[in-house]
Design a protein around this ligand. Structure first.
Ligand SMILES: Nc1nc2c(ncn2[C@@H]2O[C@H](COP(=O)(O)OP(=O)(O)OP(=O)(O)O)[C@@H](O)[C@H]2O)c(=O)[nH]1
Ligand SMILES: [Mg+2]
Ligand SMILES: [Zn+2]
Length: 314
């Protein structure tokens, strides 16, 4: 008589990455290649993908060969997401993170403070952000400079620091600043986000000694080539690092636009002082936020960034 198949017990694990609906899950010290049971998970239909790196799942091993079936996604503690307004879809890049590393570079690709503004808004109240300026070798030494752009990058990063966001300078290629970064991230689950070409994969390689593919910034357009095409969590130093694909735009999502100013730390101190209740700070009479921007108490670019984000809709 045939013996009944052993019943393998359900276990919990963490999604590392997924391609073509095959998910690699780390559970009890072992990697399982998994499909989703019934191919559907309860969840939001407007997102790109039912699971993302960092998601905790319940799975049932189906063999002793490291294969499994995902039965359920456990509730997320947090997630970093953006609206892809062209496609009208929400892209979640990572879930259950301890810290978000917003990576930028001074020259190639060019420094884009408005990108950072958007990352900070999406993170506010959910998890801390560490701003990392990679390619420090492209920065001239501090002080008067011939080229205004990298100097402006330093100044703007100092502004973010004054708002309470830690800023680190480093070079993934040359190794400067990497010890401090390692110290800041060890033991945590960190997601690295930024435009294509800022050096997310290079930074991960430098921290871990891995050999992820990196791609030269296009000389013609001075932008990255979208070398990394899916997000992946790498366990590291008792925590993990999530490498993500480069993002061109961050559409805001998940809160009413009238609350936007509450997600901008430098605007917040002025919010109670506008003359009109429900002021959206777009030029209403007696607006304390606009007044502060005109007096230089808020960087005018940040105020302008606010107006643009407000114009995103919803
Ligand atoms: N000069 C300089 N170049 C760097 C540094 N770090 C990375 N690069 C280069 O920048 C280019 C882009 O690096 P990647 O690591 O592929 O960038 P990425 O952010 O992962 O890009 P995507 O995967 O496209 O989002 C590569 O040619 C790297 O060698 C650095 O510290 N200094
Ligand atoms: Mg990459
Ligand atoms: Zn106002």
């Amino acid at each position: 008589m045939k013996e009944p198949a052993p019943v393998l017990e359900e276990i919990q694990g963490t999604i590392l990455w997924g391609v073509n609906n095959i998910w690699t899950v780390l559970a009890e010290g072992r990697e399982y290649r998994c499909r989703i049971k019934g191919k559907v998970l309860k969840g939001r239909e407007e997102t790109y993908s039912p699971l993302v790196p960092g998601d905790r799942v319940r799975l049932s091993p189906v063999s002793n060969l490291g294969e499994g079936l995902i039965l359920e996604r456990l509730d997320r503690r947090n997630s970093f997401c953006r609206l892809n307004s062209k496609r009208g879809l929400v892209q979640i890049l990572a879930a259950n993170i301890d810290i978000l590393v917003c990576l930028c570079s001074p020259l190639s690709p060019p420094f884009r403070p408005r990108f950072i503004d958007r990352v900070l808004v999406m993170a506010e109240g959910h998890f801390p952000v560490l701003i990392v300026c990679n390619k420090g070798d492209q920065l001239p030494p501090p002080g008067p400079s011939e080229s205004p752009s990298p100097e402006d990058c330093r100044r703007r990063l100092a502004d973010f620091e004054r708002m309470g966001y830690p800023v680190l300078f480093c070079s993934a290629l040359h190794g400067e600043g990497m010890d401090r970064l390692r110290e800041a991230l060890a033991g945590k689950t960190a997601a690295l986000v930024g435009q294509s070409g800022v050096g997310k994969s290079s930074l991960l390689n430098s921290l871990t000694g891995f050999h992820l593919t990196t791609g030269a910034v296009s000389e013609k357009h001075n932008r990255g080539r979208h070398t990394t095409n899916f997000a992946r969590l790498f366990p590291w130093e008792g925590g993990g690092l999530v490498d993500t694909p480069g993002i061109r735009e961050i559409g805001l999502w998940g809160f009413p636009r009238r609350d936007l100013a509450h997600f901008m730390r430098d605007l917040k101190p002025f919010l109670g002082s506008c003359a009109l209740p429900g002021c959206l700070h777009q030029g209403e009479p007696g607006c304390a936020v606009r007044g502060a921007a005109e007096q230089g108490k808020i960087h005018f670019d940040r105020y302008d960034s606010y107006l643009r984000m407000l114009g995103d809709g919803e």
